[in-house]
Design a protein around this ligand. Structure first.
Ligand code: SF4
Length: 570
């Protein structure tokens, strides 16, 4: 198959177009691997003390999606920093597809343009971007996984990189395959047969002791089985092939905040420096896994936020503030004022509606924010209360109007279809609410758009026992809502019900799903046909209300509040 790496098309490669923060530039020095396009990234020790001085360990940080998506994910930056801060680590990166928005637009996609898995199965998926080494040439392949839909690409990347996908079939010379990220916290079971160890918890807390244990094992000449036993003794490490009497608890937060190490024109957030201003959320929406797995909520001190922004300003004016609930930060006004004084071009995640004051809206607009997202989730106030999103219609409409009056030109509102307790009037209720929002924002020259997504009951939330509504119900609700909103002149986008049902299966399933994932990934068989071949009943898995006492596959890991507290929050 023809290699379509940009470096082979005369275009600069992705690493060459990146701009590293000066504080991290010192880590980019060659360790002698000159076979590819860029030197590898070698840990030189950053702000934290190096924990290891032994023989070099080669790690490839793998993201099972495009470069553009991976390098817009702060979890990837946090893991990369954690590896690079350990002296002697040679850490490179690999992506499912080394494509970016710009490169795709220019017709130089790193993946073949034809649809279909087989066509997209280029050798790019199995090689690092820095030296083009195959995954099989590294000591450790460390995946960062944020979305269940990326499970297929884990298997494809391993196969493309010359690594046996099933952990049980890897021999002594094979890399250690580990996974961290949100999905490993939510439910590691569906991919467990492919993975040697899951790293559960904060990257800064986990990666140094993990590396230390790998080195110790190597230093003692231990074989693979002994090495895995050693790893299973590290706090937050879950080795699925070894029996355990107790669930694994996550490694606690190390107290460090995530921020970009590099900005790039090829990232989805183009040339943008991302910085975390809070972690977790105390709102307790009953559908939200993000709020459950990162407890308690923590806010980054305002002076640290400003110092971080100033580091970003050394390479770009485009700053993205990352937070589950931006407006909840007690010093959000002070932060926004500081950003305005520094003339940043700001990007934000969604805003909690109660926190949108006229001052916040005006500061956001002054910092260049043109689009803001609010998330009423449901049209009916009673349904919002039932899902834990207790904001009244008036709060929603007033928040949108304040944003528009402050100078935000486009307001986007998120809604979900098929919520537990939702009735036949939900589409009309969403339309009614949108009509009120639209009237309010129009007065200030702004526009409203709506985004619709099927509700997926996620593990570790009070809705983990709930059945997901059938695909056809979501389809009908989306189509009816779109029709009503079109009549009001409100633009809508929607996520696909089929993909949502697949996401629910991957989120709620056990190890039986691994064979389905393998068949889809490596044999290019459609999802439902693969499930039928593997004997997995998707209807039972996704659309069945779970028994109160049912033991869930994700309970091998003890993240969040636990089933008793979740049950009490139903
Ligand atoms: S406000 Fe947002 S982040 Fe917080 S619990 Fe609700 S949905 Fe989750």
């Amino acid at each position: 198959m023809t290699c379509r790496h940009p470096s082979n098309t005369g275009q600069p490669s992705f690493p060459e177009r990146e701009r590293w923060l000066p504080s991290f530039d010192g880590t980019r020095r060659s360790s002698g691997h000159n076979s590819g396009t860029e030197p590898p990234l070698t840990g030189a020790g950053g702000d934290s003390a190096a924990v290891h001085d032994g023989p070099e360990l080669s790690v490839v940080l793998a993201y099972p999606e495009k470069y553009s998506i991976g390098m817009s994910n702060l979890g990837v930056h946090a893991a990369l920093r954690a590896f690079l801060e350990i002296r002697g680590i040679d850490c490179e990166r690999a992506f499912w597809a080394q494509a970016s928005a710009k490169v795709e637009n220019d017709g130089f996609a790193g993946v073949a343009p034809e649809p279909g898995v087989a066509d997209r199965f280029t050798d790019e998926a199995g090689r690092s971007v820095e030296t083009r080494r195959a995954l099989s040439e590294f000591d450790v392949v460390a995946f960062s996984v944020s979305f269940e839909g990326d499970y297929f690409n884990i298997v494809r990347m391993l196969a493309a990189g010359g690594v046996e996908p099933l952990a049980s079939e890897r021999g002594e010379g094979s890399p250690l395959v580990v996974v961290g990220g949100v999905c490993s916290h939510l439910n590691p079971a569906p991919i467990a047969p492919f993975i040697d160890a899951f790293l559960i918890g904060d990257a800064d807390a986990l990666i140094p002791p993990f590396v230390h244990a790998v080195h110790e094992s190597a230093g003692r000449g231990e074989g693979r089985t002994e090495q895995l036993k050693r790893l299973s003794g590290v706090s937050g490490v879950y080795v699925p092939s070894l029996p355990r009497s107790e669930p694994v608890s996550p490694a606690p937060w190390a107290g460090r905040w995530a921020e970009s190490l590099t900005v790039s024109p090829d990232a989805y957030f183009r040339n943008m420096f991302l910085t975390e201003i809070s972690r977790g959320c105390s709102r307790g929406c009953r559908f939200c896994a993000a709020g459950e797995i990162q407890r308690p909520v923590r806010f980054r001190p305002v002076q640290e936020v400003i110092a971080s922004v100033e580091r970003g300003l050394e390479v770009t004016r485009r700053i993205g503030l990352v937070s589950a609930a931006l407006g909840d930060h007690p010093d959000i006004v002070e932060i926004l004022r500081a950003l305005h004084e520094r003339d940043v071009e700001l990007n934000i995640s969604s805003l909690r509606m109660e926190a949108i004051t006229s001052e916040v809206a005006g500061l956001l607009a002054a910092c260049g924010v043109r689009t803001a997202t609010i998330a009423p989730e449901a049209g009916e106030q009673t349904l919002r209360r039932a899902i834990g999103k207790s904001v009244t219609d008036e709060v929603v409409v007033d928040a949108a109007e304040r944003l528009a009056a402050g100078g935000i030109r486009k307001i986007r509102a998120y809604f979900m279809t098929g919520l537990p307790g939702g009735g036949p009037n939900e589409a009309a209720a969403v339309a009614d609410l949108c009509e009120r929002i639209q009237a309010a924002v129009h007065r200030h020259g702004a526009r409203l758009s709506a985004s619709l997504s099927p509700f997926v009951p996620k593990p570790r939330t009070p809705f983990q026992w709930a059945a997901m509504a059938p695909e056809r119900d979501h389809r009908r609700a989306i189509s009816e809502t779109r029709r009503l909103l079109a009549g009001l002149g409100v633009q809508t986008t929607s996520a696909g019900p089929r993909e949502a049902v697949r996401e629910a299966a991957l989120a709620r399933g056990g190890e039986e799903l691994a064979e389905v994932i393998r068949i889809v990934a490596l044999e290019d068989v459609p999802w439902k046909a693969a499930a039928a071949r593997a004997g997995v009943d998707l209807i039972r898995l996704v659309h069945r209300e779970r028994d109160v006492d049912e033991v869930f596959p994700w309970e091998v890991v003890d993240v969040g509040r636990g089933r008793e507290a979740l049950r009490g929050a139903c």
